[in-house]
Design a protein around this ligand. Structure first.
Ligand SMILES: Cc1cc2nc3c(=O)[nH]c(=O)nc-3n(C[C@H](O)[C@H](O)[C@H](O)COP(=O)(O)O)c2cc1C
Length: 233
């Protein structure tokens, strides 16, 4: 695969103002994050909210090169991978959901790669006349983050802080943050079906689904305005 190619998965439609973007940062296509992603997508769609899910396991999401071009131009030099393709969806979305496994007390490296690519929005704020060059995405949009951990590790702020920063530069407020821990104890041993807090992963999925439906219900009913209406003749 060369630089111009992309695996171009799965966005069912063009970027739109009423869609919820979900980014699943697990490299495992059939793991617990995938299960959670499917459940959240189904729940939102059943409530009439369109979802565009980007699964890191299915695409080509390149990490930041640290070239600093974005500090000069407000644009990333990597223009043909799936992170570049995802950006217009993020700019227009009504809401955002992050899903990640806990890897050594943080988000997955693959998801951190996507987070780092959002540096472009931070840089645009500091460029002269940013509104004329790159209109800022709508601010104050709701977002949620769900972390899934294998053992009894506490879901520390270390894991959530990059997601909070990235949400902020994109114009999202990270209103909901939840974690589930203790999953591998069950899947490895079959000992029981409960996480560290005594609840099952199915319970967690059910609660998360209800929570995102509630969080995004208001914005879905009133799509975010991303551009001023055209002038009257
Ligand atoms: C590289 C790696 C690092 C991990 N680090 C942690 C950790 O620090 N704490 C923890 O509780 N679980 C850790 N886990 C377990 C995962 O969080 C857990 O298996 C999770 O369910 C994986 O999500 P997935 O099923 O979507 O792949 C780690 C797993 C991997 C592969």
């Amino acid at each position: 695969m060369n630089d111009q190619e992309t695996s171009a998965p799965h966005a069912p439609h063009a970027p739109r103002d009423d869609a919820i973007v979900l980014i699943n940062g697990s490299p495992r296509a059939d793991g617990q994050c995938a299960r959670l992603t499917r459940a959240l997508t189904d729940a939102l769609q059943q409530h009439g909210m369109p979802v565009v899910a980007f699964n890191i396991s299915e695409g080509r999401y390149l990490p930041c090169l640290g070239c600093q071009t974005c500090t000069q131009r407000g644009e990333c030099v990597q223009t043909s991978d799936d992170t570049a393709r995802m950006q217009p969806y993020l700019e227009r979305a009504a809401g955002l959901i992050w899903v990640s496994p806990l890897y050594f007390a943080s988000i997955s490296a693959q998801l951190k790669g996507i987070v780092d690519r959002q540096m472009v929005y931070w840089c645009r704020r500091n460029l002269p006349k940013p509104a004329e060059i790159h209109p800022a995405p709508p601010q104050g949009r709701p977002a949620a983050a769900f972390l899934v951990a294998g053992s009894d590790d506490p879901l520390t702020p270390v894991a959530l802080t990059p997601l909070r920063y990235a949400s902020t530069v994109l114009g999202f407020d990270l209103n909901v943050t939840r974690g589930y821990s203790g999953l591998d104890d069950d899947t490895n041993t079959g000992a029981d079906d409960n996480g560290s807090d005594g609840h099952s992963f199915d319970d967690f999925i059910e609660g998360a689904s209800a929570e995102v439906c509630q969080l995004f219900a208001a914005v879905s009913a009133a799509p975010t305005v991303t551009a001023p209406p055209p002038s009257l003749p």
